[in-house]
Design a protein. Sequence first.
Length: 439
Amino acid sequence: MEQLSLFDYKETASPLASRLRPDTLDGFVGQKHLLGEGKLLRQLIDQDNIPSMIFWGPPGVGKTTLASIIAKRTNADFINFSAVTSGIKEIKEVMAKAEVSRRMGMRTLVFVDEIHRFNKAQQDAFLPYVEKGSIILIGATTENPSFEINAALLSRCRVFVLQALTSDDLKELLKKALSDPKGFGYLNIEIGDDLLGAIATFANGDARTALNVLEMAVTNGEITAEKTIVTKEVLEQCISKKSLLYDKNGEEHYNLISALHKSMRNSDPDAAVYWLARMLEAGEDPLYIARRLIRFATEDVGLADNHALPLAVAAYQACHFLGMPECNIHLTQAVIYLSLAPRSNSVYTAYEHAKADALNMLSEPVPLVIRNAPTGLMKDLNYGAGYVYAHDTAEKVARMECLPESLKGTRYYMPTESGEEAAQKERLEKILKWKAGKE
């Protein structure tokens, strides 16, 4: 093996993610929807027609790297700002230098990481320089720009949404790290494709996390005279999780969500919380679980407890606001509540029955009595004839048939007597009797 120089050792001492930061778009991984051939951002870069921009996306998807590449491509001075450590004084100092550079024909690209952390006054400090063209501003944020960026500044910037990297993107990046001389190309590393896939799954779309895990695994690998071996056990120790046993797209993923759903359906909060913990500690996306709880709240609880759906939606929002690990208790609260809530699948069965009829009777005409009649011709054709406005009646209901003639009298919603739905059943029965003239 070729001996490394002192300079090479200094280079390899830098974090892997820093060493592999690409200098060109050809080396940039992901964001094909923005940077693929013919895509808008790619065209703007290729034409050297870069406007001020906001990059909105999750951590580790290349916002800083992309801004640096754009600066090199446009031959502009690159200034990297942090919204955490910079104030108005620093902003004005940099803006003054940028204005001098502009007068000398030199462009300045100012990259502001976490721009949403700047307050209104700090964001306003950029505004006149963006308007004059003294700077090209690229802001990076993980938060919705509509809520976090001043409207005046946002209106002068294009917003590009960067997406979490796919597992294939991350595996491509990891393989590059193993072969690139700036990465681990100077070592002979043995690591299975399944372990690279496990790292990609664990990273959950974040390139920085994926590279950091790989670096830790290689550093702690089993070293022999010929190579460094990364085993499953080494990788599990590095990430302190059993996520290697859990493929988010594989059978175990569906087995566990099925176990959670059926434990709640069987009113077993202990089993439900256990399966919830299994999923979360293996790296499952909490928003995925929260979406399944929202489905459960209507499919299995429904009108038996009208608080179930709002609670499940609130749990989803909590997961969105906080993320892991803080949102684990919000999901636990929702899981326990749903496990103990009264049961009714009447909403689910009502739709399934109606869906079957709808698919088999797609051409059934809408009864004339409930058709809208915005034109004279439609009125002449008896659209809306005989319609009774329910609010004008003492009973707040009219004896009109709203189903197609061929489905007259069909019942889809069959309420149970569970929980709050008992009151719904009693009211529906009274309505049906009244419509039939039995009251």
